[in-house]
Design a protein around this ligand. Structure first.
Ligand code: HEC
Length: 399
């Protein structure tokens, strides 16, 4: 019997993180939708209202722009969705990337560093991100959301480039996502909720609330709205080696992120009933640029592969088996020797001809076309060794 505490913890926290994230993004999308669909009320002193039908009942929601005449007894706040998303996300970061820093964060080919260096750098990037963003929002830059957006984008682009320079690409991607996620939750924790509290307190005391409080909260909530899709992409990006495995992963991240922002913008306009033609064109153009760039980067590879084909391909499995043995099977075996794994990652076993043959197309993707595997290249696999495997696969992976 084996009981793997870390693996169960990982599952529990990831499950929680995903669920909290759905609740947070779901309620935040819902409120944006609500705001964009408000119409002037038929009667009463609300500033807007909307009717909807869901789950067998009708809902009649009313919005009071500043506040209702009487503070209701039971006022619901939406904040724990955001807080638990951050807390569980941070735990995941520690459990996966910091406990497993040697395999998942550090790339000795890029920068030699100890685990604690890597952790300090990672945590430092989160702090620096929030510090920069919050200062920018409060500075004169914060008066214009477009300028602020550009400045924040430039910072994130730099962070992606820098982190990719010191960490492996997956670790760099995840940290950019964590920087953005931290800014989003920071917005809720440090600005939106405290400002709402002050407004409520002012109203209870019979004072006129400071309109700047609501304005600042609205601004942060708008930023969160536009950051949502890029962050969600980063959280699923690990399933798409063509993104983080590209030659310039930071540029691909920027293109995909901007596409997410553009798509979000189309939906925001649409919900408001504004024309979406131009925004849709921009979003479409972004998709085209992104797909073209990622594909064009890969175009250089077939040329190399063709040149390599001129050399004789290894005729049989026996000539490539030692490469798999040296570089892969410590993790990709039924019982991995690498202590970090109790089962082969993603079920991929590379310890026999039958197994390697099944996974050959994916092996080509992650170990030949890109250098994602071996993870962190801890075994120091060379380009020549990758090309040898590439030629063997190109020749039909003969036995
Ligand atoms: C240090 C452990 C380790 C080593 C060594 C390693 N891998 Fe992996 N491999 C992983 C992990 C972890 C994953 C799962 C990645 C994920 O969750 O997306 C993985 C995933 C894969 C996948 C599936 C990728 C996909 O998205 O379909 C393939 C194929 C693969 N590895 C091939 C290789 C090859 C080929 C080698 C040797 C050249 C190798 N790996 C060496 C840890 C390792």
């Amino acid at each position: 019997m084996t009981f793997d505490l870390l693996e169960w913890l990982n599952l529990a926290i990831r499950w929680f993180h995903l669920t909290a994230g759905i609740a947070w993004i779901g309620s935040s999308f819902y409120f944006v939708w609500l705001d964009n669909h408000l119409v002037p009320p038929k009667q009463g002193d609300a500033s807007g209202e909307v009717w909807s039908v869901h789950g067998g009942g009708f809902y009649h929601k009313q919005k009071y722009q500043v506040a209702p005449a009487h503070m209701p007894e039971d006022l619901h706040w939406f904040k724990w969705e955001a807080y638990t998303t951050w807390i569980t996300g941070f735990l995941m970061l520690v459990l996966v990337y910091y406990v497993g820093a040697e395999s998942l964060l550090i790339d000795p080919a890029k920068a030699r560093m100890t685990t604690s260096d890597a952790i300090m750098l990672g945590l430092g990037s989160l702090l620096a991100g929030w510090g920069f963003y919050d200062t920018a929002c409060r500075s004169p830059l914060g008066r214009d959301n477009r300028v602020l957006g550009l400045v924040w984008f430039a910072f994130l682009l730099f962070a992606a480039w820098f982190l990719n320079w010191v960490f492996n690409a997956r670790g760099a991607y995840l940290h950019v996502g964590a920087i953005m996620g931290t800014a989003m939750v920071g917005n809720v924790f440090f600005v939106i909720i405290p400002n709402q509290r002050k407004v409520v307190a002012a109203l209870m005391a019979g004072r006129e609330p400071d309109p700047a409080l609501g304005k600042a909260a609205k601004q942060r909530s708008l930023h969160n709205n536009y950051m949502t899709l890029p962050v969600l992409f980063i959280m699923i990006s690990h399933h798409y080696p063509m993104t983080y495995g590209a030659a310039r992963p930071w540029l691909v991240l920027a293109l995909v992120g901007l596409t997410g922002v553009a798509v979000r913008h189309v939906f925001n306009l649409r919900h408001r009933g504004a024309p979406t033609g131009r925004a849709t064109l921009v979003a479409g153009a972004m998709v085209l640029v992104m797909v073209t760039y990622v594909s064009a980067e890969k175009l250089t590879l077939p040329a190399e592969a063709k040149a390599a084909e001129a050399d004789a391909a290894p005729a049989n499995y026996a000539s490539v088996q030692p490469l798999f043995a040296r570089h892969c099977i410590a993790c990709h075996a039924e019982h991995p020797a690498n202590a970090a794994f109790t089962a082969p990652p993603l079920g991929v076993e590379l310890d026999s001809y039958e197994h390697v043959r099944i996974y050959a197309p994916r092996v080509k993707k992650v170990a030949v076309d890109s250098e994602i595997m071996p993870l962190g290249n801890t075994t120091g696999m060379t380009r020549a060794e990758r090309d040898t495997i590439g030629r063997w696969i190109a020749a039909g992976a003969p036995q």
